[in-house]
Design a protein around this ligand. Sequence first.
Ligand code: NG6
Ligand code: CA
Length: 508
Amino acid sequence: MNSYSSILSILAGVTLPVSLIAQTQSKQPNIVIIVADDLGYGDLSCYGAHRIKTPGMDRVANEGIRFTQGYCTAATSTPSRYSLLTGLYPWTNRDAKILPGNAAMIINTQQVTLPKVMKQAGYVTGSVGKWHLGLGDGAVDWNKTVYPGAKEIGYDYSFIQAATNDRVPCIFIENGKGVNLDPNDPLYVSYKENFPGEPTGKDNPELLRMHPSVGHAGSIVNGVPRIGFQKGGKAAQWKDEDMAELFLEKAKGFMRDNKDKPFFLYYGLHQPHVPRVPNAKFAGKSGMGPRGDVILEADWCVTEFLNEMDKLGLTENTLVIFTSDNGPVLDDGYQDQAVELVGDHKMAGPLRGGKTSLYDGGTCIPFMLRWPAVVKPGVSDALICQMDLLASLAALTGQTYSDKVDSQNTLPVFLGQSNNGRKELVTEGYFNYALHDGDWVMIPPYPAYQKDPEGEGFSGQANCYQLYNVKEDPGQQVNLAEKDPRRLRQMMMLFEKLKRETGKITNF
Ligand code: NG6
Ligand code: CA
């Protein structure tokens, strides 16, 4: 029996002698999860985009499975990433909300995490790129080792950005240490007030090369105004246009350094989140302005990363997942022509809404999985969720943990061997929650309903119940709540049951 067929036998539930399992484990697949930031369901050519081509991302789909109903748990970054890494619903942690760059780490160092499970399975683990889960204890001195951080939740190696590219501190942190920080020019960070004498986006628009549309009135770094204030640490400040290549090099380097061991890599692309500042190689290339350009840049990163994997001979036995942390947005606080130049590009494809929405555009995201040794290429319409990767990859690598998590083992679905996806899923918008049950989605009324800032019918807030059949109506246009009161009642009851049963619910 070769190593792949023995892996398959494990999946099929065949009991193997311990010696064979040990032998199989030495051939365990490498696992790479690439998470883009705010990339929409319709932003990839393999999901139907025609104004831009994404051959790198499409390669994962063509050589693997493309899921048409892949979900994250939340329509914003922190809660979504929290679920992927901890296997818990975001509303079990009241701090799992969009975090400032100086927030304390919201993952308890004692709880189970995906990288910890992988480490337990004998993997070398790494995190490169966007983090956004908080760091330290809430009073970090950026000039010292940041603790607790990536290492304490299971990463052997990390090269990260604390929060988002529009939030201070605008530096990279490698294994807990600020990169290129000069002790003679210490870095200070505040989200309360500016440091005397430091220019800001609000007071010094003449210094800006990119202007805000909303917010982003804080410190100016690399000509771009950010959220929050920082002072000092000049030598360590990032250059947005170099960030893609830098993260790519770190991701490739991690893979090279660990090519002979099983490795787990979480690669958080920073695109197409704002500020969208492409490298000169991509500026103006999409015809859709910076948002399109940085999608091309992200796609190039995927191409280069996969090419490196080919060169190292690792493609066959590496499980690669490509996904996004939440749905897409055009204007997210900078005047970067995303709205003006979008034309007929549908960033969320056929779905309604986008980032922050309760509608599917917020949480139904690109999701592809490639593992040439085991997975047959195809398309799957099973309901899957990033939160289930923890239980599923634990099953794949034969690991157990004692924590009670919301993550369900749906490994056969991820590997294209079954179509029995998750039955029900609760997703979080910026304002409220939606319940998915098979093809149905129920959105309860939102008590503090306000007019949609993004245009009517984007957020998903309403003062009545909404009920959609997303198989027949993926654009969630026809509210069936009045037509199908029985199903609505069933879903209301299921929602109440889930609220009662799942974890300690703090945000409902
Ligand atoms: C919002 C920011 C937005 C983005 C988002 C987080 C403003 C006006 N808007 O508060 O620009 O940073 O937070 O995005 O400041 S996420 O993808 O990390 O969740
Ligand atoms: Ca995001």
